[in-house]
Design a binder for this molecule. Structure first.
Ligand code: SME
Length: 161
């Protein structure tokens, strides 16, 4: 339905620029946050290699609640401050974890996960939730992935809540 084709064989900065353009096009003109999160999770899952989970947790009544995602079934509710996602929500800061086994309080939804990147999703000053990416590879996410995903989230956050 959407004609988005992203070249995976290009330098990572260009790859993320293209992914961000695709994400912005997907949510353009659509106000429903769940529909948009679902399509963004699918877009990331389709094009970002070496992931075993990609999706959103939403802030609802002061906790994180599972939102649209791709991957295996996952924990439904996470307390703010708990695990990698809860830490991103509590601090408002990106969590890039090279080895989740070394992260105090990491919540192992999928025992295969070895590294994780969590981006807080803000609409203005309001925390809507987090984007969570998991990989079965240790140290999967570098600084370019972090910068690329931050830019992607910033480009679409107004249509996620
Ligand atoms: N590992 C996460 C929990 C969410 S799942 O990986 C989908 C955490 O510690 O926050």
């Amino acid at each position: 339905m959407f004609d988005i084709a992203i070249d995976q064989d290009q330098p990572i900065t260009e790859f993320y620029a293209e992914l961000t353009s695709g994400a912005a096009a997907l949510v353009d003109g659509e106000p429903d946050p769940i529909a948009n999160m679902a399509n963004i999770a699918a877009l990331i899952w389709q094009y970002v290699p070496e992931l075993n989970w990609a999706g959103f947790y939403r802030v609802i009544d002061d906790e994180l609640v599972l939102g649209p995602f791709q991957g295996k079934t996952a924990c439904i509710r996470i307390a703010i401050g708990s695990g990698v996602c809860g830490t991103a929500a509590a601090t408002g800061k990106v969590q890039r974890v090279a080895d989740v086994h070394a992260f105090p309080g990491h919540i192992a939804c999928d025992a295969e996960s070895r590294s994780e990147l969590v981006i807080p999703v803000f609409k203005g000053s309001v925390l809507l939730g987090v984007l969570d990416l998991d990989s079965p590879l240790p140290e999967r996410f570098g600084s370019a992935d972090e910068a690329g995903m931050i830019a992607l989230v910033e480009a679409i956050a107004n249509n996620l809540g």
